[in-house]
Write a protein that binds this ligand. Structure first.
Ligand SMILES: Cc1ncc(COP(=O)(O)O)c(C=O)c1O
Length: 379
């Protein structure tokens, strides 16, 4: 819980990072690097690539050749470079909203055309519209697809079968898959994250995978992402572009944090996942007592997609209601595309105490709203 800019005691659950301190091993590694005291130019430390490949292999069963990995400051940077390198101005990039809003900005800012293939919401469960994708991918202007795996904000952890089907459609139509897998480590019990490129060599060949320890270990500000590109021609082109843009330098703290996170952070992350599952159970139980707010059951990420449509508020009124009546500073659903209208995204990577307080406030706000609505006073 933090004090809002407007002086109110707002529940700050918008930005997709966690309220938890980074793992002790990460803090210790950064402290050690700080204590060293010399911060001249340095090469990528030798343990970094093995730490990344070991993590991907032991945690996700994905055998990655270290030579296929390129470092990047952050995932958005990888998405932007991929679009500018492998598509031309005006070309289409397919997205599946409601989806992470920065996808829209990157496509627009790079003068590419957004092609929207909305997800389908069926009985509280989001699915990809494969028929829609077949049609859109067949348009020769469609050159790239931004995949969000797992999917922010609806929390789907795409299955191997779904990814295979998407990959087959894209490959058949020469649409390059840029798979943002930044949330890949945050998977709830009973679900398994499948890296798109791990399905098989043909899928890997048509993929640019974006990865980062930012979400998993709460080190987003350390700027420490990487991309896996198996296709030699594309990887070489990416490398040349990185060099042209001079984003290929090593950051000493990011490297220290990454090595420690991936080589020593597994148990810490498991604890966090258990805690998040407990927070989810709390939300689930609590929302079952509020008749007009529905939880879209997540399979991964620490972001919950809540359906407020039965409250009958316009998108702007819903935003105002959540902020002013419930004290919730969450991300408004419409930020993820028009498909998100009537929804909001709640970050549950907070303390259970804060979450309990926030849920109590929501109950009260909804109850008050129902009374006001009955008497016709709500503006
Ligand atoms: C799906 C997704 N991709 C990328 C990012 C941002 O990643 P980075 O900070 O590495 O650019 C976020 C952050 O919320 C995200 O949810």
């Amino acid at each position: 819980m933090v004090l809002g800019q407007d002086g109110g005691n707002l529940f700050a659950a918008g930005v997709a990072d966690m309220d938890y301190k980074a793992p002790p091993a990460v803090l210790a590694a950064m402290q050690e690097r700080l204590d060293h005291g010399v911060f001249g130019y340095e090469a990528v430390p030798a343990p970094l690539m093995p730490a990344l490949t070991d993590w991907l292999h032991t945690r996700h069963g994905w055998q990655v050749d270290a030579a296929h990995i390129l470092r990047a400051p952050n995932v958005l940077n990888i998405l932007a470079i991929a679009a500018s390198l492998f598509t031309q101005p005006g070309d289409g990039v397919i997205v599946q909203p409601p989806v992470f809003f920065d996808f829209f900005d990157i496509i627009r800012e790079n003068n590419r055309t957004l092609i929207s293939n909305p997800l389908i919401l069926k009985h509280g469960h989001y699915e990809m519209d494969f028929d829609g994708l077949e049609k859109l991918a067949a348009d020769p202007r469609a050159k790239m697809l931004y995949l969000c795996n797992p999917h922010n904000p609806v929390g789907r952890v795409w299955t191997k079968a779904e990814l295979r089907r998407l990959g087959d459609i894209c490959a058949a139509n020469d649409v390059l898959v840029v798979s943002d897998e930044i949330h890949g480590d945050i998977v709830l019990p009973g679900h398994t994250y499948t890296p798109f490129a791990a399905i098989g060599p043909a899928y890997a060949d048509n993929a640019i995978t974006c990865l980062s320890p930012a979400k998993s270990f709460n080190i987003a500000a350390c700027c420490s992402a990487f991309t896996v590109i198996s296709n030699d021609v594309r990887r070489k082109a990416f490398q040349v572009e990185n060099s042209r843009l001079t984003v290929n330098k090593n950051n000493a703290f990011a490297s220290a944090a990454m090595v420690a996170a991936y080589s020593q952070g597994s148990a810490w992350l498991n604890d966090v996942l258990r805690y998040l599952d407990g927070n989810l159970a709390l939300v689930r139980t609590h929302l079952s007592t509020i008749s007009k707010v529905d939880l879209i059951e997540p399979e991964g990420t620490f972001l919950l997609w809540l359906d407020f449509r039965r409250l009958g508020l316009s998108p702007d009124d819903l935003t105002a209601f959540l902020r002013q009546q419930a004290g919730w500073a969450v991300t408004r659903g419409q930020a993820f595309g028009v498909e998100g209208e009537g929804f909001a995204r709640l970050n549950i990577a907070c303390t259970r105490a804060d979450l309990t307080t926030a849920l109590g406030r929501l109950s009260k706000a909804v109850a008050d709203h129902s009374i006001i609505k009955k008497t016709g006073d709500f503006q």
